[in-house]
Design a binder for this molecule. Structure first.
Ligand SMILES: C[S@@+](CC[C@H](N)C(=O)[O-])C[C@H]1O[C@@H](n2cnc3c(N)ncnc32)[C@H](O)[C@@H]1O
Length: 479
């Protein structure tokens, strides 16, 4: 990369370079780029990019534009210009709309508004197409694979699905959501993507005002609402960070002196001590602050896709990485049966406690509190004395090269990869392809309607070149 250039955000695919462009001068001769922040420009939007924005070009530079669609002509306001090869902008006037455009149902969506949703102005069908394009493009660009992708919608959609929402508290003690790429809080009285119980205004108004605070400062910096399958709502409050608790400023060399502050305390303000969910006839107990799939259809859809991709046999030995409250672990344990074994790794203490409770019926499944690393994975595999199947559901950063190499070295029949970021997935698929593996089934689910997020479940299997001759040889074959 040229010195001073910035990487494109979220692995966006910018398409081919325009062959008519004049030759690019060497970095030393190039004039410093003009700062376009605040400029209004008229642009033609060409493609969707990963991250909830679309691509347009102006004067040889790339603009990442929110609140628009491919095929539109829009007037944009440049919101951020780091002086590199791209700038960010909001579409503020639509001059030629695309067929997928609708009036946003949410009054807080749009330029300068709440940053929670990216696609309030897009029909559900067009949102699915945009997400399919993004997944396909990431696979093509980062893994070198050309695939047709179909993104499945799950009811409810596109509104009323989000079962956990964290609101920020404004200095004048109102609940709100943050603007895009900003700490600014946009006060809201209702969140339309919120499920009943967490998105409606009455709850938003009542659940936090009862908290004692000082007249000029709210007692809480955040309020989180989570609803379970019974409709019970847990309310969690995060204490405000006091000035003296903030991280010390770094000195000139980037060193921070002084102690790191304690994380702000989280307290339960209302609701049940445990949230309850049922998936495929199995009950799960989750602590109110613990991880659980947000969309009501997600847990069942992902469990089904993981089960189909894993093709488990009775007696199999399975590693379940980033196990949360044991959602997949329970399914995997049921399928391998008592002659098999499942070892789950999870980093969060509360999630490990939840998973331990949820797996009580499966003596052959254990959950260990550990950070998922090549070393911890190897150790877990040793306790299993071999691994037939690996399931992993990492956070947005994905697995990375070293972990993928460690998983491939275990020589499982299949690695089932549940991914919330298609760019991280595609990068990790590339590592597997380079080791001679292949990408087989890939399912994609729209479990975050109105946002750019999309979840994928991918099955990676050893290709012919990577197959272990010991494992592949039939028992009747002579040596
Ligand atoms: C996307 S959630 C998946 C949980 C579970 N598979 C499910 O679907 O309910 C990811 C989980 O990974 C855990 N986690 C994140 N980073 C981790 C790490 N480095 N090591 C271990 N666990 C981690 C989080 O605490 C969280 O429970």
């Amino acid at each position: 990369m040229t010195a001073g250039a910035q990487p494109f955000p979220d692995g966006a695919n910018l398409g081919p370079i325009n062959v008519d462009s004049p030759p690019i001068p060497a970095a030393a001769e190039r004039p410093p780029p003009e700062d376009w922040t605040g400029r209004r420009l008229v642009v033609d939007v060409t493609a969707v990019a990963h991250g909830g924005h679309c691509v347009a070009r102006f004067d040889g530079r790339v603009l990442f534009v929110r609140h628009t669609l491919p095929g539109e002509r829009v007037e944009v306001l440049v919101t951020e210009d780091g002086g590199g090869s791209f700038a960010r902008a909001d579409a503020v006037r639509v001059l030629k709309p695309a067929p997928g455009r609708v009036e946003a149902p949410c009054r807080y969506a749009g330029p300068g508004g709440c940053g929670g949703c990216d696609f309030q102005h897009v029909t559900l069908a067009a949102q699915l197409d945009l997400k399919a394009t993004v997944v396909a493009e990431q696979l093509s660009r980062l893994a070198g694979l050309d695939r047709e992708i179909d993104v499945q919608s799950l009811p409810p959609a596109p509104l009323g699905w989000r079962r956990r929402i964290r609101f920020a508290v404004t200095p004048d003690a109102r609940l709100g959501l943050r603007a895009h790429r900003s700490h600014r809080i946009v006060p809201v009285e209702v969140c339309l993507i919120g499920a009943p119980g967490v998105g409606d205004s009455e709850l938003l108004a009542q659940n936090w005002r009862a908290q004692p605070g000082e007249p000029d400062r709210p007692a809480l910096s955040e309020v989180e609402l989570a609803v379970d399958d019974r409709g019970e709502v847990a309310v969690l409050g995060t204490g405000a960070v006091h000035r003296h608790q903030r991280r010390p400023r770094p000195d000139r060399r980037g060193n921070r002196r002084g102690r790191a502050p304690e994380p702000p305390p989280v307290q339960q303000l209302a609701g049940p001590a445990r949230l309850s969910y049922t998936v495929a006839g199995r009950d799960f107990d989750v602590s109110p602050g613990g991880f659980w799939q947000t969309h009501p259809g997600a847990a069942a859809a992902f469990t089904g896709a993981v089960s189909a991709a894993a093709e488990l046999r009775s007696g199999d030995r399975v590693l379940d990485l980033y196990a949360g409250a044991g959602l997949f672990t329970a399914q995997l344990a049921a399928e391998v049966g008592p002659s098999g074994a499942v070892v789950a790794l999870e980093g969060d203490r509360a999630a490990v406690a939840d998973a331990t409770t949820n797996l009580i019926a499966f003596e052959w499944a254990t959950v260990t509190r550990a950070s998922v690393l090549p070393a911890t994975v190897v150790e877990a595999a040793e306790t299993l004395r071999g691994v037939d199947v690996v399931v992993l559901d990492p956070p947005r950063t994905g697995a990375g090269r070293a972990l993928m190499a460690a998983l491939i070295d275990l020589r499982p029949r299949v690695i089932v990869y549940v991914a919330c970021d298609p760019a991280a997935l595609a990068r990790d698929v590339r590592f597997a392809l380079d080791a001679g593996w292949q990408l087989d089934e890939l399912s994609a689910f729209d479990t975050f309607p109105m946002t750019h997020h999309v979840e994928c479940v991918a099955a990676l299997r050893p290709g012919v070149a990577a197959a272990d001759p010991q494992k592949e040889r039939s028992p009747t074959e002579p040596d």
